[in-house]
Design a protein around this ligand. Structure first.
Ligand code: SF4
Ligand code: SF4
Length: 108
């Protein structure tokens, strides 16, 4: 794999916990996403400390995991990644793509 296609953001619990995607308007009316948001706390509790749930169970960190598995998102609304500490920490303003990872794919 060439360096330019490597994910910039590690898929780890601390990033899942800080991700703003669960509060994003793009996902706000997604029944599929709301179900995942509702289940996430219990999902995290059922795992050992530091263990991350499978990406398809997490309604966020698309900058790391790639596109959303839910298909009822509304990409015409505003992405709020720029308000996220993970975005800032990993300097995703320099990544490609730099936003809408749920729709376009992970940051490289
Ligand atoms: S940058 Fe966006 S996709 Fe990545 S963790 Fe933050 S809100 Fe989620
Ligand atoms: S990647 Fe951006 S547009 Fe997609 S859910 Fe997260 S904050 Fe919203």
């Amino acid at each position: 794999m060439s360096k330019s296609t490597e994910a910039k953001v590690p898929y780890v619990v601390s990033n899942i916990e800080r991700c703003m995607c669960p509060r994003c308007p793009v996902q706000a009316d997604s029944v599929c996403t709301l179900e995942k948001i509702g289940n996430l706390k219990n999902e995290m509790k059922s795992l050992g400390e530091g263990e991350a749930p499978e990406p398809q169970k997490v309604p966020g960190v698309y900058c790391s995991a790639g596109t959303a598995t839910c298909s009822d998102l509304d990409p015409n609304r505003d992405c709020i990644c720029k308000t996220c500490p993970v975005w800032e920490e990993h300097r995703l303003e320099q990544a490609s793509p730099m936003m809408y990872f749920c729709n376009i794919g992970r940051a490289t």
